[in-house]
Design a protein around this ligand. Structure first.
Ligand code: ADP
Ligand code: MG
Length: 761
């Protein structure tokens, strides 16, 4: 096949035109200029898999069901998990026992050998290689293959020497001709398809058309996510064929942008990611694809952000007056520097007509509530109304108390609206809201019911924002004053590393509270393994005798809340009869009624209970400064961020606090995680560590933060690429050029509007 030439324009210092499919440099401007122009004919890629040689309806439907691969485009986007490096053919004499190798051999004879075990057959072939060395290779349970092993047959076989000889894991037949010996050093010329040397064993460099021999057993062999019905070798052959059409892929990144970064074209990158000639090109392809998909995702977010900015209008508030500074001065504490910065950023948002969409991140106890109240008071002093929506009644009630306290005796009225507020008590506040009285309202989902009518809603605060869906947040948005959108402040106690906030929340402005209010003492954290438990319990009893209180958090149980509740109850009775029999103890879990939980929490807060045994529900919600010990059972099962949040329940008073991680830290990953929490106090850094250890796909909470699954990008490692993509996208979109349109189109195809909305949930 004649080389299709890349049509990207040449500019920039590092850029060299390359051959599609191999990334081989063309290097000659004249060649490039005389090359045929390739217009993407995208429709080709929507053809079904059956277009490919060797794919019938049955395989096609298996592929669709098992892998979601239906079209040629799907196949091109179905990237290998990894590449096995089988660059060299090893002479038989040099194959070492136990080490994987690929050999190239000619069959002398073959026979199926019966074995004692009924369900085992061994197919044995006597073979020789190019050096004339003789050997024996074997297959287990493949008796039918013997028909194809006529003397003189040549094949490549990958496997290992075991007890019975060289056991073949994968093989492929090769044609007549000289038998491949050791691979000579591969040069770029060979890789690019120059057949003058080693052609019979090096697979030809340019994918497309009939798959050549060697694709399964030599070079960088792609390993695909596969299924029982669609095995990796098939996918390799399909990828090879589909790769020939890669240049029909649209090119979303403008040539100029690729050129300045030295990135190969989209088509080259896709082919390179499947069938790279060498490791360097593979990495180059991966980077280019990562940059491309990060750009597409950023474009999706940027479009959404711009659309919202241009459509919805908010009521611009007057700049803060003396009442606000008086209120700040009246607080029982000084704002931290982070809180002051947050307040400034919010003020800047509120004085504009573009609705504020700000994410306020800060771990439990970092003082988000005061900042939220600041924003809410701004609305009320401006003659408007403000609402705070919390995910649970307990939280709403707690916020209600806190806000009433902090707002001060001469502050505005704070009303509570939850499902359990009786109708008789609802009517007053409902009427006041409808009448446009300036007041603060705190509630649950009840706030977005249609019966709740705000006539002057100017600020909406959403606590634990990830626990609400897009729709619920949009409902609240619709309740803005006179058809305008309220300014929104979204709060989260999960510190999200920058990498995630830029991707998952790329359409929100972010503010973080990293600095804890003064007076908070660092919590001493210790891992306790089995041998240390009794000492640890003794240590806890000492603290209890001093008058302190303790939390015991039960392990995460995945099966169900019911099982989890039961486990917590069992643990509570075990402790009540054993380690803590001299103390008062209560249990808290998700199966209890709201009232029951409330009662328990209040009596724990009041000091009537010494030890509170709980499931991880206590993650949200209670502030008990006298509780100084946090025991976390099965700590290895929690994510770092979660452990850190649980730990944040203690260390809130004047006494030194301790967090004891009861853990079975035998796995390496668990150990690294627990050691990180033992030494690191900054929640943002912990989240970053969590992300690195587990990868963004695994990170607890990633789902809820709606990060899409990327094909090639991997965060946080690709943060520099992400920042670059973000900058480029903003710049391009500002131009409103055709190039921007192309990018947006491609983004829509890849991350679609519908999809993107779900992702932002
Ligand atoms: P969050 O909502 O982030 O969990 P809160 O706003 O509830 O945190 O604050 C936790 C506690 O710290 C509250 O008792 C609050 O009054 C107090 N607090 C907030 N800001 C400060 C500050 N700057 N200095 C001292 N205490 C503060
Ligand atoms: Mg809070």
């Amino acid at each position: 096949m004649e080389a299709a030439r890349s049509t990207t324009r040449a500019s920039g210092p590092n850029w060299r035109p390359t051959v599609i499919g191999t990334g081989e440099e063309i290097g000659d401007r004249q060649v490039l200029l005389s090359a045929p122009v390739v217009w993407p004919a995208q429709g080709v890629l929507d053809r079904p898999l059956t277009t490919l040689k060797g794919v019938g309806p049955k395989l096609a439907s298996a592929s669709s069901e098992d892998l979601g691969v239906e079209s040629l485009r799907d196949m091109l986007l179905h990237l290998p998990r990894l590449h096995r490096n089988l660059v060299e053919v090893t002479p038989l004499r040099e194959v070492r026992a136990g080490e994987e190798a690929t050999v190239a051999v000619e069959v002398r004879s073959a026979k199926v050998r019966p074995t004692r075990k009924r369900r085992l057959t061994i197919l044995e072939a006597e073979v020789v290689d190019a050096e004339g060395a003789a050997g024996k290779i074997v297959w287990f349970n493949r008796p039918w293959l013997s028909d194809r092993l006529e003397p003189g047959t040549r094949l490549l076989a990958r496997g290992k020497i075991g007890k019975n000889g060289f056991a073949v894991a994968e093989h492929e037949f090769i044609g007549a001709g000289e038998l491949p010996g050791r691979a000579p050093e591969r040069t770029d010329r060979e890789v690019a398809g120059d057949r003058s040397a080693g052609e019979h064993w090096i697979r030809p460099g340019r994918p497309g058309g009939t798959p050549p021999s060697g694709i399964h057993t030599t070079g960088l062999v792609p390993v695909y996510p596969a299924s029982e019905r669609v095995r990796p070798p098939r996918l390799r052959e399909w990828a090879w064929q589909a790769a020939g059409l890669a240049n029909a892929l649209a090119e979303p990144i403008p040539g100029r942008e690729r050129a300045t970064r030295g990135l190969p074209s989209s088509a080259d990158s896709i082919v390179g990611a499947h069938l790279p000639p060498d490791a360097e090109r593979l990495e180059q392809a991966r980077q280019a694809l990562a940059f491309e998909e990060l750009s597409l995702y950023q474009a999706t977010l940027a479009v959404r952000r711009r659309r919202r900015r241009s459509s919805a209008r908010a009521v611009a508030l007057a700049p803060p007056d003396d009442r606000m500074s008086d209120w700040i001065a009246s607080l029982p504490f000084e704002l931290t520097a982070d809180q002051r910065r947050a307040v400034d950023e919010i003020d800047r948002d509120l004085t504009g007509e573009i609705p504020m969409q700000r994410l306020l991140m800060g771990e439990v106890g970092s003082g988000k509530t005061v900042v939220a109240l600041y924003a809410m008071l701004r609305a009320v002093y401006d003659g408007g109304q403000a609402a705070l929506m919390a995910p649970t009644e307990t939280l709403a009630e707690q916020h209600h108390r806190t806000l009433e306290g902090l707002a001060g005796s001469d502050g505005p009225r704070v009303v509570l609206l939850t499902g359990s507020v009786p109708d008789s008590e609802r009517n007053g506040p409902l009427n006041a809201l409808a009448d446009g009285d300036p007041l603060l309202v705190v509630g649950t989902h009840a706030l977005i019911e249609s019966s709740v009518e705000f006539s002057r809603l100017r600020i909406a605060v959403i606590d634990e924002q990830h626990r609400f869906g897009v729709r619920q947040r949009a409902e609240l948005d619709r309740k803005g004053e006179g058809g305008s959108a309220p300014h929104s402040l979204h709060m989260t106690a999960t510190p999200i590393p920058r990498t995630l906030s830029l991707t998952a929340y790329g359409d929100l402005d972010t503010t973080s509270l990293r600095e804890l209010p003064s007076g908070r003492k660092p919590v001493q954290t210790r891992i306790v393994e089995d041998g240390g438990r009794s000492d640890a319990y003794e240590f806890i009893r000492d603290r209890l005798r001093e008058g302190r209180q303790a939390f015991v958090v039960c392990p995460l149980v995945s099966e169900s809340v019911m099982v989890e509740a039961k486990a917590a109850e069992q643990e509570a009775s075990r402790l009540a009869a054993g380690e803590f029999r001299d103390f008062s103890l209560a249990v808290l879990h998700g199966q209890q009624s709201a009232e029951e939980k409330q009662r328990t929490m209040l009596s724990f807060a009041g000091g009537d209970i010494d030890v509170l045994v709980a499931t991880s529900v206590i993650e949200v919600g209670i502030d008990v400064p006298n509780a100084t010990v946090m025991v976390i059972e099965g700590a290895e099962r929690f994510g770092l961020s979660q452990l850190h949040q649980l730990r944040g329940r203690v260390g809130r008073g004047e006494h030194a606090s301790h967090c004891l991680l009861f853990a079975d830290a035998r796995s390496e990953a668990a150990k690294t995680r627990l050691e990180a929490i033992e030494t690191e106090r900054d929640g943002f850094r912990l989240a970053e560590v969590d992300l690195t250890i587990r990868g963004e796909g695994e990170l607890l909470g990633t789902r809820q933060h709606g990060l899409p699954r990327f094909l090639a990008a991997s965060l946080p490692d690709d943060l520099p690429l992400l920042l670059e993509a973000r900058e480029m996208v903003e710049r391009l979109l500002d131009t409103g050029s055709v190039e921007a349109e192309i990018l947006i189109d491609a983004a829509r195809m890849r991350f679609g509007d519908e999809r993107a909305q779900r992702l932002a949930a």
